[in-house]
Design a binder for this molecule. Sequence first.
Ligand SMILES: [Ca+2]
Length: 180
Amino acid sequence: MKKTVFGILVLLCIGLCAAELYPAGSFETNSIKPLWLRRNLPKGANKADFADGFTWKIQGEKFLSGKQALLLEDKKEGCTIELNLPAVPCEAGKSYELSFRYFIEESNPKMKVSARVILAIPGQRGTYMFPTGKTEAGVWNEFKFPFKTTEAHKSIGVTIWLGASPCKVYVDDFSLVQKD
Ligand SMILES: [Ca+2]
């Protein structure tokens, strides 16, 4: 009985203490908002040559949780797929964690998975962090980046880069969570 009560209290605390800042990250609805995507072309590229080749969709053929995941695909060479999470307000002196899972189905030897986390400070440059992830193909890789805010930080902005293309990557369980 004591164990059960303790278990319930622990679950309650996790539920109350951890705040998910991107609830749509399992891609179970047909919208990725407020996440938005951009395709970066190779330096000096002729835009007309890259009018097509990049697609994204929420699909149900391959996923990690629920029944759906985001599929990103770029068939042209040398592009980088960019995922942006608009800046969200943060609290001072708290622990946060950016995480997502990704399955690289097709890639080239130049494949990289990297991110930029900006902790903004009004009127100043802020804190910039650049974590990277594994590029193992054919498995659900885990990207996990814990960080802490200070009194000066007012918001968190996240950008993820996948590439260079050609590549085909499934993304699921995208999360930005306040841990305490
Ligand atoms: Ca999912």
